[in-house]
Design a protein around this ligand. Sequence first.
Ligand code: APR
Length: 309
Amino acid sequence: MLTKITVVGAGNVGATAAQRLAEKELARTVVLVDVIEGVPQGKGLDQWESAPIEGFDTRVVGANDYKPAAGSELVVVTAGIARKPGMSRDDLVRTNADIVKQVSQQIKQHCPNAIVLVVSNPLDVMCWVTKQVTGFPRERVLGMAGVLDTARYRAFLAEALDVSVEDIQAMVLGGHGDTMVPLISYTTMSGIPVTQLLDKTTLDKIVERTRSGGAEIVNYLKTGSAYYAPSAAVVQMVDAIVHDKKRVLPCAAWVQGEYGVSGVYLGVPCKLGRNGLERILELKLSAEEQAALAKSAAAVKETMAVVQL
Ligand code: APR
């Protein structure tokens, strides 16, 4: 276990992530930081009080400043606001970029050696803001999107095939949102290509449902967005890093020529170990998948242009 992990943003995703980190004892202390007075303290204390029942020794503490976070080896960033009525997409990008900028300055000052995992949306752009402001190398700034998109895809496939989710292997690359790129040709059920098990119409429907997975939850919840699966996804990345597992997971990483793309955060297969990103794996893609990835990158660059750092 690590000595200290900090989760910035004690909202739905952040607080649930803190709980999962504590229950898995991934750090001795989990610090929850939020700007709302009392909320991180209250949620942190409530979680810590569940420790004797759940049987974990991780101490969860809440704060409105970064002093208790000092020296964290890993920081998860979930701070941000949801789009409000009348707010344009660009306004939301600028607002969340300002929040993530402020958070990144604090991380740089108080946790200079941390690995940072970004969850705040729009994900790929927020990763870039974090990398720019902290000045950390790409090995230490990664984004969570692909693990979540892949989990949704795997859940829908397991349901369609009526088999265990554990037996579905898949990878969703690209941007988080409309431009995600599910790799159907690499999707298997215990090594058997899924294209041999499901017809094209069913597969297309599953891919479409995966693409709008976030919206499906928002439509049910009306206010707020998904948080159980997003928090589980980022904690899987933390687990791979803390235990130096060398897992290959789809993460948003700063590409420098991989897949023919540079200067942008993009969902690509990443080997994660104790130092963060250890390697980006380059797979052979179909011309269609390669084009979809390039389109994803172009969409992220367009959104980056809206932000001034
Ligand atoms: N510093 C710390 N926390 C902040 C800051 C800041 N500068 N600004 C806002 N916050 C906090 C809010 O007070 C709130 O508690 O971030 C939290 C966000 O929580 P929610 O509104 O519940 O949002 P959540 O569902 O957790 O999503 C967080 O993750 O998946 C993404 O799209 C989602 O960008 C969103 C983020």
